[in-house]
Design a protein around this ligand. Structure first.
Ligand code: PEP
Ligand code: MN
Length: 356
């Protein structure tokens, strides 16, 4: 199902100019913290300030947000520095409180977008409200669930919608706090091309060093915006301290981004793409031919009562193709992977013949 979308149209924000930046602390902590951060962000040209007012915490007892009082500080930051404001909503009560305090942009967190009941409650609370709503990917890597969450908001009549890619929970934490699994937002873009996508390098990376490369990667993939955690005193932040950066560091990172044109304009690119199409067609024809021969071998094996997988032959193929690949400027492991997949399909086809 297609979404019925309108451009985000955030006042004072040029949607053509990538990235649209939303920056601010993980959480509103004190009036002073919000006002200091707001002043520094505004001085660096940031137009939309984020701050979490209600914080979903993995375990009870952590800092769970300052609640409505923080909305008053955000309103103050808005009046004093001309910033637009954004906050996370997870319940109908949050939506009502945020709207009462003139918050300009709402986002839905990853724990909430994973829950259809919560999404429906938010959608019901947003009926008849025209405000940009950004929906983070659910914590688990489920594109359909993410799209479903977006649809619920859209079905309520909200048309200014965007997605936020914040990566996906994983049991093993290696480099990323939430591994990006880029193929998921790429597929989202393919399925709903008009839907703007924001990158959230702070929650994806979980550390300061990863903010810059993740911002660049999001831009290289043609994302429209970035939502980045920035705090006037990151080391002493009450939540997500390791991933927050000062407004000045943020400015430095944004300044260094290379923004490439995402629209395809050059004719030469068209010609090259045509070549790729032709080559892919040839690859498919060759693979089909290879499968035909494999089926003939299958028939032979059946007649001579041989097993399908002849291990020595399979090892020889993997080893030889890997060595050939290196000579052609491709990695050995890549070609081995390709041939493992080809072999798997060949075996499946031969088994079918043997069992006929
Ligand atoms: C946040 O943006 O501070 C937040 C809680 O993020 P997420 O929902 O992506 O974990
Ligand atoms: Mn956070």
């Amino acid at each position: 199902m297609e979404l019925d979308l309108r451009p985000l149209n955030i006042p004072g924000i040029d949607a053509e100019k990538r990235p649209i930046v939303i920056a601010g602390p993980c959480s509103a902590e004190t009036e002073e913290q919000i006002m200091n951060t707001a002043r520094e962000l505004a001085a660096n040209g940031i137009k939309i300030m984020r701050a979490g007012i209600w914080k979903p915490r993995t375990k009870p007892g952590g800092f769970e947000g300052v609640g409505e009082e923080g909305l008053r500080w955000l309103k103050q930051a808005k009046d004093e520095y001309g910033l637009l404001t954004a906050t996370e909503v997870a319940t109908a009560a949050h939506v009502n409180a945020a709207l009462e305090h003139n918050v300009d942009v709402l986002w839905v967190g990853a724990r909430t977008s994973a829950n259809p009941f919560a999404m429906q409650e938010l959608a019901d609370a947003l009926k008849g409200v025209d405000i940009p709503v950004l929906v983070k990917n659910p914590v688990n890597p489920d594109l359909e669930l993410w799209i479903g969450a977006l649809q619920r908001i859209n079905n309520a009549g909200v048309k200014r919608i965007a997605a936020i890619h914040r990566g996906f929970s994983s049991y093993e934490k290696r480099i990323y706090r939430n591994p990006p699994m880029w193929h998921i937002p790429i597929e989202l873009r393919r399925r709903i091309p008009a839907l703007p996508i924001f990158g959230d390098p702070s929650h994806t990376g979980g550390s300061r060093e990863l903010i810059a490369p993740l911002c660049q990667q999001a831009m290289d993939l043609g994302f429209d915006g970035l939502i980045i955690e920035s705090h006037c005193n990151p080391d002493n932040a009450w939540s997500d301290a390791k991933q927050q950066i000062t407004p000045d560091v943020l400015d430095f990172i944004l300044d260094k981004l290379t923004i490439r044109n995402s629209a395809v304009t050059t004719e030469s690119l068209e010609a090259l793409r045509k070549q790729i199409d032709d080559i892919d067609n040839q690859l498919l024809e060759l693979l089909a031919k290879r499968m035909r021969v494999c089926r003939e071998i299958g028939t032979y094996k059946k007649e001579h009562n041989l097993t399908v997988v002849q291990t020595a032959r399979y090892s020889e193929i993997l080893q030889k193709r890997g060595a050939q690949a290196s000579l052609c400027g491709m990695s050995d492991s890549f070609i081995r992977d390709v041939f493992e997949h080809i072999h798997e399909e060949s075996v499946a086809q031969q088994i079918e013949i043997l069992n006929k």
